[in-house]
Every structure is written in C-alpha cells, then in structure tokens.
Write a protein that binds this ligand. Structure first.
Ligand code: PBG
Length: 332
C-alpha cells in the first residue's frame, strides 16, 4: 500500500466503500421524501393540462387536477406543494390588482387543496410578476420598480393567501422590508401559525428562463431584474439579506438558484442554523432533462445526485420539479 501521509496512516478509505452494507453505514446525509417541496403550475379551466415546452415532463394543471396532484403528493409522502399561477394576459395590469383577488387562481387552488387534502402543506409565491403588465416582481413607475408601494401590494397578496389557508408564504420579490411588513400584517389578523419561507438569497439569474415561460411572464418582461435580485458575484451581500429576513420574522430561508450557489447553502446553514432550503430552479431542471433526453447523461442518476448535493451542502429541503419522480424512487 502506498504510504498515506495523512494523520491516520493505517486508513484505507476503500474499506468503508467495499460493500453496500458498509457504504450504507458510513453515508453522511440521506435524501428523504420529507425533504421535498413540489412546485406546480396552475392554469384556468377544468380537466386542463398544458405542457410547458421548456420544461419537459412539467404541465400546468387546472385547479381540479391540481387537487389530484396534491393527493398524489400526499400519497407519496411529500410534505408540501407550492402553487404558481399561469395568469390570463387579459388580467395583467400595471397595478397588479389580480395578485390580491381572493378568487384568483392561486387562492382558489389553495382552498381546493386544503379542502380535499388538508394535511399537505400548501406553499405560495409572493411577487407581482404573474400579474404585472411589465412582467416585473414590483410595481413600475416611470421605469423604476418602486419598493414601498410594492411592499404594500405584497402585504395584501400575503393576507389573501393566508385567508385562503396557505401554510407557507414564499416572498420571492426581493423588495426591502417585505418580510417585516408581512409578519406584522399576519400577526395583526391572527394568522400566528402562517409560516414565511423567505426567498432571502435570490440571485438575478438566467436559470429562471423556463419558469417565466411556464407562468407566462417572459413575453411581458421588459428589461431584467438586476435592480432587486442579488448579483451572482455577491456572497456577503446574500448572507446579509438572509440575516435581515430572519430578523424581520422569516421562519425558513431559501437559496435560489440551487446548484450554482451551494456555497451559500452551506454558509447560511452554518451561520444561522435556520431551516434552510434550496430551489432547484427551472433552468437546472431543464438542463438535466435536455441532456437526459439526448442520452448524454443518465437523467435519474443525475437527478438524485444533484439533490443529494443539496443535503450535503446543509439544506434541510429542496424545491424541485422532480419531487414526485424522486419520491417514487425513494419509496421503492
Ligand atoms: C417569481 C419567481 C421566479 C421563480 C420563482 N418565483 C422567477 C423570477 O424571479 O423571475 C423562478 C423559479 C424557477 O425558475 O424555477 N418572482
């Protein structure tokens, strides 16, 4: 045996890799169905499913089919489903009023799921982009995304979702001060157990492209989101955003996108110890699916390896479009 120069000269690392039993015994993290949050796109109609071209295997579902999906998720042991709306372009306005309509697609989906499948946690997205004629997450005035007026709108959106029965609110807008404003409003209305998972370390990323197709925002979007989402180069700033959101009342925090930002996942978990999640976003999903469809990688193996990577990086869970497929595999 070649001389081992490390502090444990008698160790052969291959001993613990020599068979499945030893590998199982020495594995450091494990992916479980309980780590999964399944993002699903909801559209108008009944018995309606629409393929999302840039996300092979993902469909927009009408509310009734969304309830079936929630039932399926519950059966698989997935703890939470996250609702994203595909909003009729005719309902998009400059002031985004549809965002806090109690009967908008998201709120109807929340109520329908909580009626039929009460034990699954329903998560939402809070940002104005699906409802905005400009495709931005905030209200645009004279070409500027205005912060405080947007926060007031987001609070109305949060309350409408909480009243509909949402369990986890997911502010993804990156305005300053939104977590504290939402927490105050939730407390004032008695929604003391509504959880906030802040998209705290959310970067201005090209990996969101397929999602913007899925929610119908790409056509509307003018410009980019660099004046509110974090520069991909900035780690310290992202950590300060996480600290700020926790101090304002976030219960859980998210790093997004996932795989290019695993260093942030580890840093957030080590520094704050809060429940930490990654979003394996649409572009990450699309890249794995595209390579797999070409036969260039084994899609299922890459899927499981990518998700194990989030656990190893310190994440307590992952939002992933692969959730039902992963759960099927993990359940054997
Ligand atoms: C809305 C929002 C986005 C995503 C989640 N919420 C898009 C964006 O910020 O442009 C992206 C999710 C994905 O790509 O899978 N603000």
């Amino acid at each position: 045996m070649a001389a081992n120069q490390g502090p444990f000269p008698r160790t052969r690392f291959r001993r613990s890799r020599s068979g499945a039993a030893l590998r199982n015994l020495t594995r450091e993290v494990e992916l479980s169905v309980h780590d999964l949050i399944w993002p699903v796109f909801v559209c108008a109609g009944t018995q309606e499913r629409q393929a999302v071209t840039s996300m092979p295997g993902v469909e927009r579902l009408s509310v009734d089919l969304m309830v079936d999906a929630a039932r399926q998720a519950q059966g698989l042991g997935i703890p939470a489903i996250c609702v994203f709306p595909y909003t009729d372009p005719a309902l998009k306005t400059e002031l985004c009023e549809e965002a806090w309509n109690p009967d908008n697609l998201t709120n109807r989906a929340i109520r329908a799921i909580k009626d039929a499948v009460p034990d699954i946690a329903v998560m939402t997205d809070i940002a104005l982009d699906p409802y905005n004629a400009n495709g931005h997450d905030g209200i645009v005035r004279d070409g500027i995304i205005v912060n405080d007026e947007t926060v007031a709108a987001l609070v109305k959106m949060a309350l409408a979702q909480a009243r509909s029965g949402a369990d986890i609110l997911g502010p993804s807008d990156m305005m300053d001060g939104r977590i504290g404003a939402m927490r105050d409003a939730l407390e004032a209305e008695g929604h003391v157990n509504v959880t906030i998972m802040s998209y705290a370390a959310k970067f201005a990323s090209a990996y969101y492209g397929p999602f913007r197709d899925a929610v119908g925002a790409s056509g509307a979007l003018k410009g980019d989101k660099k004046t509110y989402q974090i520069d991909p180069a900035n780690r310290d700033e992202a950590l300060r955003c996480v600290e700020r959101d926790l101090s304002e009342g976030a219960d859980m925090v998210m790093v997004k996108p996932g795989q290019p930002y695993l260093d942030l996942c580890r840093a957030v978990k080590d520094r704050f110890g809060a429940p930490t999640y990654a979003y394996q976003v649409s572009g990450e999903y699309a890249m794995i699916q595209a390579a797999a469809a070409n036969g260039w990688v084994d899609g299922e193996k890459v899927m499981l390896e990518s998700l194990t990577g989030f656990r190893r990086a310190g994440c307590d869970g992952v939002l992933t479009y692969f959730a039902p497929r992963v759960a099927e595999i993990l359940n054997g």
